[in-house]
Design a protein around this ligand. Structure first.
Ligand SMILES: *Cc1c(COP(=O)(O)O)cnc(C)c1O
Length: 371
């Protein structure tokens, strides 16, 4: 195997892997599993500082984004799509699929969304049912300040849908303080469980908006209402992936016990960025740095492919390029969740530096992570 230092999926702790291999009962018929599921959802909500209900859906992170949009959007609804990255813009596709009218608020992909220009925009036009905000836009590593943006949207009575799949547990998320109506998370980023689950956290206002719909939700699998009263009725809309949920529970327990988790991400991310800048490489972002991923632009004379291939073949470390408009432009170093340790970063940056040297990229000084 190789060391996977990508911005998700991450490597997975042994206790999470073991939890996934436990013997399983029948999750539909064993009534104890309804308690186990509910308690796991409550633990997740607690870690995100809210009493809002969370649901664990059987599907990768994208399902959570689609479910939020499918469940809120009625034909003709205007939806504000905050776009300063690939995932940001991507929400517009889901809105269209479900008959909504996305209105893009597009800003510079190198910078976090600023509150004051957004406020000026909203003062002219705030007739939106909800807005979509990406916390950490992973293809560029851009972090938006949801603690400022979401309360601002709520001042204009706009519901907030936040994708923090790659932001949460590496950057602070406080659902209640930030007034997030639907928060989307995933198992494979800083949560550090394998790919396969998405978690959605839903406010009372968002539930009300779903209840008040005049039209039916145009999906079954992406319909969040199908979970209504699942606990009272002891009925899930489909069979739950019990082994994945055992793994998630252990991963969340690991997070709960890790009191230094946010401070460690901040420390390691800062030191990683400093090392990159000292070497003469250029960070993609001008501000809004996420503590889960560092993104630098490809230096002249080499391609992303050459760097990634050499690093993997000669040093056994996998980093990621990017996709969509970012394809070929940058390399992404993940330092999230279980991967976020000083030792991993020292090894990764050392190998990356040697790789660049082999490819005749001249650096200002050797790429070195200061332990
Ligand atoms: C990873 C991720 C998702 C989930 O989708 P993938 O198919 O795993 O990329 C959703 N949103 C963001 C911001 C992500 O980083």
């Amino acid at each position: 195997m190789y060391k996977m230092m990508t911005p998700g999926p991450t490597m997975v702790a042994e206790n999470v892997r073991k939890a996934r291999s436990m013997e399983t009962g029948n999750p539909d018929l064993d009534l104890d599993f309804y308690d186990y599921y509910k308690e796991t959802c409550e633990l997740y909500s607690e870690l995100l500082h809210t009493k809002n209900e969370s649901l664990i859906l059987s599907g990768e992170g994208i399902l959570g984004l689609e479910a939020a949009v499918a469940s809120l959007t009625e034909p003709g609804d205007r939806v504000l799509v905050l776009d300063n990255g690939v995932f940001g813009k991507g929400f517009a596709d889901f809105v269209e699929i479900y008959g909504g009218k996305p209105v893009l608020y597009t800003t510079d992909y190198h910078k976090a969304i600023e509150a004051e220009p957004l406020r000026a925009f909203l003062e002219k036009d705030s007739d939106f049912k909800y807005a979509t905000v990406v916390h950490c836009d992973t293809p560029s590593g851009m972090l938006n300040d949801i603690a400022v943006i979401c309360p601002l949207l709520k001042e204009f009575e706009i519901l907030t849908v936040v994708d923090s799949v790659s932001g949460m547990f590496g950057n602070e998320v406080n659902v209640d303080a930030s007034q997030i109506d639907i928060l989307c998370g995933g198992s494979q980023k800083a949560v550090s469980a394998p790919i396969g689950l998405t978690m959605v956290t839903i406010s009372e206002a968002a539930k009300q908006a779903m209840e008040n719909r005049k039209t039916k939700i145009a999906s079954f699998y992406a319909n969040l209402m199908t979970f209504k009263d699942y606990y009272e009725n002891k009925w899930f809309p489909y069979s739950m992936p019990i082994s994945d949920i055992y793994g998630l529970r252990q991963a969340l327990q690991n997070i709960k016990e890790d009191k230094d988790i946010l401070a460690r991400h901040a420390r390691i991310a800062t030191k990683t960025r400093e090392a990159v800048v000292r070497s003469g490489l250029t960070l993609y972002a001008e501000n809004g740095y996420s503590n889960t991923v560092t993104v630098f632009t490809i230096p002249g004379g080499v391609t992303a492919e050459q760097i990634l291939t050499t690093l993997r073949a000669d040093y056994g470390i996998m980093l990621a390029g990017s996709f969509d408009v970012m394809a070929g432009e940058v390399i992404r170093i993940g330092h999230m969740g279980y991967n976020c340790t000083e030792e991993n970063m020292a090894e990764t940056l050392d190998a990356l530096g040697k790789t660049l040297e082999k490819l005749d990229v001249s650096l200002k000084e050797p790429l070195r992570y200061e332990m």
